[in-house]
Design a protein around this ligand. Structure first.
Ligand code: CA
Length: 495
């Protein structure tokens, strides 16, 4: 509490310069501070620390999201302390475009990053990336593992401390057993049981190095932004053997993909990496994916235990999120990059001091995170951001968020390459609280419409049902308004 108190005072001086003064004057000032704490309302602007935990390719197969099999006690515990968003959506469904959107606060159509190869745009004069924004506010910023897409990010002093990711692929001498997802699957499409402890794995090391930083900075008067990115459950599904033991394949079941649902998927949502294995191959891959989820959960547990031990909960905003969703047999598909509910929907948990706990069913987008964190730190979000702060949905006095004024849709976008003519095209999808409407290549490669009150998983495309023509027309118009408001028009408006 004493350290929090000092931070509160010196934040008033906005950052590091004032913080240095703190180190010099130390306790001599404390008496003055004590005398004024009750009278100066500006001291309430004390900014919290931020711990941002980012998983990779994680869907909502988590205990706190109601999954009947997957064991995630630590993420569940975080959810019990904060708000679990039931309808949170990524702005893109592959790594780099989604992360470029999260950390710029702009839509993929505006950043121009619609695939994993395009470089991120240079920061604009009035709009920098999230870590640089907080660094400019006076935060000590640190990154561990896969947070930004380092290969594509313009050179910027985003971080005061940077521990880059390593080890997408497991070391050969740690592999006990491995197999491709199915005979002939290539690249990272394999699973591997590893020997050794979590601490010797890339994500395990990142969690523990982040804990060491938290320990080192305990008591610092400078607020901390620590972003911890975990590689798993991204392929290859390579984690210590004990996590595989939790999920014997013979006890698992695959999502049911009805043939008539699959037949209604339009050509724009092309499956360029179809899963060609049999049922046993799929069950082994599913068990390996779940093993990765529980492994990530254990690393989250390492971070949460540090928050307990260091008594940081009252002074730290904790966010847990994935960069996008993922299919493990849903609609017969395995992977990401489409615009179905399963790929666009993400887990999102926000536990903030003085805020409420519970579930929230309102629509939020990942590009809302940037302005939300800014608001939670007592600042006004930059006007150039395309997201909207959802801090009001965290308010402790909000007893029933269903009646809170909140008119929001989610837009998810992806760039695709036609496997035959090698032409690129774009898909956009909007999600309201009851509908999803998707257009591929402006509708030329098909449209999709899902109604969640009838179809909770969003797998039955009813775009051809004439009963819904008016609804589809309305959603098409709203989608086009959102798309037109972003992209080149938005770029010129904020330059
Ligand atoms: Ca990803």
């Amino acid at each position: 509490m004493g350290f929090l108190f000092l931070r509160r005072v010196f934040w008033f001086g906005h950052g590091l310069r004032a913080a240095s003064l703190c180190a010099v004057l130390g306790s001599a000032l404390t008496g003055f501070v004590l005398a004024n704490e009750q009278t100066d309302p500006r001291q309430e602007r004390c900014p919290p620390n931020i711990l941002l935990i980012v998983a990779d390719d994680l869907n909502t197969a988590l205990g706190c999201y109601g999954h009947p099999v997957v064991k995630t006690p630590h993420i569940d515990r975080l959810a019990s302390r904060g708000v679990r968003f039931e309808r949170a959506y990524s702005q893109a469904t592959i790594c780099s475009p989604s992360r470029a959107s999260i950390f710029s606060g702009l839509r993929p159509h505006t950043t121009g990053v619609l695939d994993n190869e395009t470089s991120w745009p240079d920061p604009l004069p009035d709009l920098t990336y999230l870590p640089a924004y907080f660094q400019n506010l006076g935060y000590f910023t640190a990154t561990f593992g896969k947070v930004l897409d380092h290969k594509r990010v313009p050179e910027q002093p985003y971080w005061n401390m940077e521990v880059p990711e390593w080890g997408k692929y497991p070391r050969a001498d740690r592999i006990l057993e491995q197999a491709p997802f199915y005979p002939g699957s290539t690249g990272s499409m394999f699973w591997a049981k590893l020997k050794g402890s979590d601490a010797g794995t890339p994500d395990g090391e990142m969690a523990r190095r982040a804990v060491r930083l938290l320990e080192q900075r305990t008591g610092s008067e400078v607020p901390l932004l620590a972003a911890v990115g975990f590689r798993r459950p991204h392929t290859p599904y390579a984690v210590p053997e004990k996590y595989f033991d939790l999920y014997p394949p013979q006890r698992l079941s695959l999502p049911v993909a009805r043939a008539d649902d699959v037949a209604r998927i339009p050509p724009g949502a092309e499956d360029v990496k179809p899963f060609r294995g049999n049922r046993d191959d799929a069950l082994r891959a599913l068990g390996a994916y779940y093993a990765c989820v529980s492994y990530v959960d254990a690393q989250v547990g390492v971070l949460l235990a540090a928050l307990d031990a260091l008594e940081m909960w009252d002074d730290t905003v904790v966010v847990f999120v994935s960069d996008h969703g993922y299919h493990t047999g849903h609609l017969g598909r395995w992977h990401k990059g489409w615009l179905f509910e399963q790929t666009a929907r993400v887990p999102l948990i926000v536990a903030a001091p003085g805020k409420r706990s519970g579930a929230c069913a309102r629509i939020v987008e990942l590009l809302d995170l940037f302005p939300t964190l800014v608001e939670l730190c007592g600042e006004n979000p930059p006007s150039a951001l395309e997201g909207r702060s959802f801090a009001c949905l965290l308010d402790a006095c909000l007893l029933d968020d269903r009646h809170h004024p909140w008119d929001k849709m989610a837009l998810t976008t992806i760039g695709c390459l036609d496997a035959d003519d090698r032409r690129t095209y774009v898909g956009h999808s909007v999600r309201t609280e009851d509908w999803r409407y998707t257009e591929w290549d402006g509708g030329k490669r098909g449209v999709e419409l899902y109604r969640f009150s009838d179809d909770p998983k969003g797998v039955r495309n009813i775009a051809r049902d004439p009963h819904h023509a008016d609804t589809m027309g309305d959603l098409r118009q709203r989608l086009n308004l959102m798309v037109d408001a972003s992209g080149p028009a938005r770029q010129s408006a904020i330059r």
